[in-house]
Design a protein around this ligand. Structure first.
Ligand code: AMP
Length: 249
């Protein structure tokens, strides 16, 4: 079984981003970039399936600028076998990403596509669902457990107030939730090995996809500043403030 794992280059989750002065986007210059955390979980799951003998090959794919090759190398250091880079400097909406991934699926014919449930920069949570529709395949989003059995896959999903278990026929699309696994760290020998793994660069044109702009960002704003808290000396003072200042009791 071949597994395709789409991975996105995003600002590192530990970096505090700042909004540009013209409020058009966040400032990306000179920021530390990383693999989207949910994509890292997807890579880990695919590699574990390979280690269990359920998968034969793990292929990672990223769409974005040349620098996205860094994240593809990281994914290969975590255990992916080879990488595909679709190089573009265009701003991408989820439908364009899904169409490009669908073109890769047509070429590669994977039995399973494992994506992150969402990219932490755009917070879209759309690509996996759109890809499943374009492929005409079953989908299980927010996976917290994945078990491949023969020609089908069983997925436990995190839903409001509980867990739902689904059985899907392969090929299928799965998106990963936070509790699916804890990704490993890449060891130095594996980082060195990843430099020699195959990385194939493809163009948007060669995949026959036109990138539509279906949406326009009008404004990006930082969350409003929270006021500093105050320490109160007694319960009486707290009740007084709640009654007379906050007026909530
Ligand atoms: P989103 O719908 O943008 O929240 O992204 C959900 C998932 O789609 C991500 O976790 C990735 O697995 C995949 N994805 C989104 N954008 C890209 C991209 N530019 N290249 C590769 N995969 C992507």
């Amino acid at each position: 079984m071949k597994i395709l794992v789409p991975v996105k280059r995003v600002v590192d989750a530990n970096v505090k981003v700042r909004v540009k002065a013209d409020e058009s986007a966040v400032e990306l210059a000179n920021l530390k970039m990383a693999l989207n955390p949910f994509c890292e979980i997807a890579v880990e799951e695919a590699v574990r399936l390979k280690e269990q003998g359920k998968a034969t090959e793990v292929v990672v794919v990223s769409i974005g600028p040349k620098a996205a090759q860094e994240q593809l190398r990281t994914a290969m250091a975590l255990g992916a076998d080879r990488a595909i880079h679709i190089e573009t400097d265009e701003e991408l909406v989820p439908l364009s990403v899904a169409k490009l991934l669908n073109a890769v699926v047509n070429n590669e014919q994977p039995q399973l596509v494992l994506l992150g449930k969402q990219s932490i920069d755009g917070d879209n949570n759309q690509t996996g669902q759109m890809l499943a529709a374009l492929m005409g395949a079953g989908q299980a989003t927010f996976a917290s457990k994945v078990s491949v059995e023969g020609e089908s896959v069983e997925v436990v999903r995190e839903v409001d107030g509980g867990l739902q278990t689904l059985k899907l026929a392969l090929p299928a699309v799965i998106t990963t939730d936070l509790r699916l696994n804890e990704p490993r760290y890449a060891s130095l020998p594996n980082i060195m090995k990843a430099k020699r793994k195959p990385l194939d660069t493809q163009s948007v044109e060669a995949l026959g996809v036109s990138l539509g702009q279906h949406q326009k960002v009008l404004k990006v704003a930082a969350p409003s500043e929270r006021q500093a808290g105050v320490m109160v000396a007694s319960v009486e003072e707290l009740v007084d403030k709640l009654k007379n200042e906050a007026k909530v009791v």
